[in-house]
Structure formats: structure tokens, C-alpha cells
Design a protein around this ligand. Structure first.
Ligand code: UD1
Length: 351
């Protein structure tokens, strides 16, 4: 069996790592295509190095642009690579533009697409990722879901049962492996100076200066009482500068490595974020999470985890104060057990 994995943006890399490793163990022929959607070392190469993913075989170097420009470059540059390799499966991850582009090009060439992290829905079409999820799932011949509710959603949308396989959460494979490799553990009791870890990058939060200003005012308030560490996505750094929004008291930095982020999260009082990945990682680790969004495509992180949606942004300081960081840990959702990567490979080999 020959697999061609397509990745492009930061959240794809911790998902690829366990699937690629499991494929190597089973002697599967594998090609890695990087679209180049993310290209800074801190957004891409550092992840390949630290997660033990081999260098991409192909890099399409599409870079940044509007959604149409970026996706168009991907479509055009992917086609000859897929034609050259003609894999048994094109494996796509998550919900970024690279995922969508690969699903479209592969399907039109008659190549089978397997979608890792299928079935997530925010029901919010103003999110570019929601469009990417819907199109990718519609085209994929194998829908590999991270949770039972995602499988249910796909059935409701009319996807055939035999195309849906619940495999669990591949990103949690990487999380558990790294926690173990680094010997990380959550401090038994957190002191008053345990930090608040912040990440923000969604256009809905950072491209609107009023909304970003309200969030940052709340974080400046929090920073008067405890450390606030904010490794900012390049997009967010740029928006903060352009809008002239103050960061007084907040420890700002650029993007940090996977390991550095994990060790920060592990010792945090709470994580404040709009990332999909962090909603899941905090749930798996039992660390409180405030998600600055009106909705989530990962409701299991609320019903079975530590996540809380924050719709009133002026409530951030009060919500951070109210967090009980010592609340008993709930069991992680089913299949978030560190063995999802091998289940993906078994599902592919079974077809
Ligand atoms: C993308 C994904 C989003 C994911 C996020 C994780 C889509 C639609 N969005 O959003 O789902 O959660 O990645 O980070 O695919 N930039 C750099 N260096 C880089 C990459 C980007 O400076 O290596 C800057 C550029 O100014 C660029 C901007 O960030 O225009 C946005 O990058 P882009 O890939 O378009 O989207 P993200 O916001 O990163």
C-alpha cells in the first residue's frame, strides 16, 4: 500500500506524526507532501524536527495569500505530484486550506481520499475551516473520526456507514508521547503565580480590532494578578501592531515550539485560546480551558472535558479568577488514548 500524506499548516504536523510512524512500523510506502502554507521555521520545520517526522518529499511552497490565491496555487501545484505518485490513498488532516485542496485535486483524479479528523462541525459557515471540513468529508472515501459524536454527525449527513471509522484522536498520540518523553507532569498544587497561557489566531478574533482590543484589555487586567504568557501567531502579532493595541504586563513572544507550548500548558492555571487543538489537548490533560469563540466543532471538550466557551469577552478576568485549577480530572474521551495512529493505518490496510 502506498500513502501520500498532505500537510501544510502547523496543526497538521502533530496529527501526521503518529500516522506516519504507524505506517512505517507496518512497512507501508509513504510520501509526505507539504504545501508550504506555513513556512516559517517556528510554524513548520521546528515541528518536523521535534516530532520525528521525516523531511517532506515535496514542498509546494505556496506561501501566504488570500484564500482563493493560496488554494489556487495548491490546486495547480498538487496535480502533477499526485499524478506522478498515484498513491492508493491520499491522506489529509484536519480542516486547513491544504486539506481542502488535496481533497479536491485527488478526488478529481480518481484517487481515494482518507480524512483524518472527519465529522467535526461548528455549523458556522463564517469559519473558513467549516467550509474545508464539509467539502473534505463529502469527497473523502474514508472518514476517520476522533470521537463517536463525529461519526454520528457524518451518518446524519448521509455518509455511508462503511466509509466511517472511529479511530480516536491522533493528536493526543503526539501529546501523550511527548509528555512521556519530556517527563512532564502537572504540579500537584498550583501556586498563585501559575501562568495563564494564551493563544489567538482566528480571523474572527484577531482581524477585528475592536474585538481584539476587548480581549487584550481583559488579558492586561488578568496580568495585574498573575503572569500571562502569550506566544502569538504571526497574523496576531501583525494585527496587534497595526491596530496599536497595548500589551502592557503581558509576556508576548512569537510562536514557540511544540515542546515549549506543552510545558507551558502543563503548568498553567488556565489556557485562554481560540485554537481547536488546545481545546482537545487541555481536555486530555485535565487543564482548564477558556475558548474565546461563540461555538466549537469539538463539543466533546465541553461535555466530557475542561473547555468553556466565552461569548462575553468582558468576562475574561472574572472567568480566569473563578477557575478551579484543582478540580478533579475527568477521564479522557474514548479513543484519546495514544493509539489512534495505528488504528488509522489498520483502517487503511483493511481496505
Ligand atoms: C491556518 C488555518 C487555521 C489553523 C491555523 C494554525 C486555514 C484556512 N487556516 O490559519 O485553520 O488553525 O493555520 O496556525 O487553513 N504567516 C507567517 N508565517 C507562516 C505562516 C503564516 O507569517 O509560516 C502569516 C502570514 O501573514 C499569513 C498569515 O500568517 O498571511 C495567515 O496564514 P494562513 O496560513 O493564511 O492562515 P492561518 O491564520 O495561519
Amino acid at each position: 500500500m502506498k500513502l501520500l500524506h498532505v500537510v501544510g499548516a502547523r496543526p497538521n504536523f502533530p496529527k501526521l506524526a503518529p500516522v506516519h510512524r504507524a505506517g512505517a512500523v507496518r512497512g507501508v510506502e509513504q510520501v509526505v507532501m507539504h504545501t508550504g502554507q506555513h513556512y516559517d521555521d517556528a510554524m513548520s520545520a521546528s515541528f518536523f524536527a521535534s516530532l520525528g517526522i521525516p523531511e517532506p518529499d515535496v514542498n509546494l511552497a505556496v506561501g501566504s495569500g488570500s484564500h482563493a490565491q493560496q488554494t489556487a496555487r495548491m490546486l495547480e501545484r498538487m496535480e502533477p505530484v499526485l499524478l506522478e505518485h498515484r498513491p492508493d490513498w491520499v491522506v489529509v488532516y484536519g480542516d486547513v486550506n491544504s486539506t481542502l485542496a488535496a481533497a479536491v485535486v485527488a478526488s478529481k483524479l480518481g484517487l481515494r481520499v482518507a480524512h483524518v479528523e472527519a465529522g467535526l462541525r461548528s455549523d458556522d459557515l463564517t469559519m473558513p475551516e467549516e467550509i474545508n471540513r464539509i467539502v473534505t468529508d463529502r469527497l473523502a472515501a474514508l472518514l476517520l473520526t476522533p470521537s463517536r459524536d463525529a461519526s454520528e454527525r457524518l451518518k446524519q449527513e448521509g455518509e455511508p456507514d462503511e466509509q466511517i471509522v472511529f479511530v480516536g484522536n491522533v493528536m493526543i498520540d503526539t501529546l501523550r508521547r511527548t509528555v512521556q518523553q519530556m517527563g512532564l507532569s502537572r504540579p500537584a498544587t498550583l501556586q498563585d503565580d501559575a501562568p495563564v497561557a494564551v493563544t489567538l489566531h482566528r480571523p474572527s478574533n484577531v482581524d477585528d480590532p475592536t474585538r481584539l482590543g476587548t480581549i487584550m484589555a481583559g488579558l492586561r487586567d488578568v496580568a495585574r494578578h498573575r503572569p500571562v504568557l502569550f506566544p502569538a501567531h504571526p497574523r496576531t502579532q501583525r494585527q496587534l501592531e497595526q491596530a496599536g493595541i497595548g500589551t502592557d504586563g503581558i509576556e508576548m513572544s512569537g510562536p514557540i515550539t511544540y515542546e515549549a507550548m506543552l510545558s507551558l500548558v502543563m503548568r498553567s492555571h488556565v489556557v485562554v485560546t481560540d485554537s481547536g487543538g488546545l481545546q482537545e489537548e487541555t481536555t486530555a490533560l485535565g487543564i482548564p480551558c477558556l475558548t474565546l469563540r461563540d461555538n466549537t466543532e469539538r463539543p466533546i471538550t465541553i461535555t466530557q472535558g475542561t473547555n468553556q466557551l466565552v461569548r462575553d469577552l468582558t468576562a475574561i478576568p472574572a472567568l480566569v479568577r473563578a477557575i478551579d485549577a484543582g478540580a478533579p480530572k475527568r477521564p479522557a474521551p474514548e479513543g484519546w488514548d495514544g493509539h489512534a495512529g495505528p488504528r488509522v493505518i489498520e483502517a487503511l490496510l483493511a481496505r
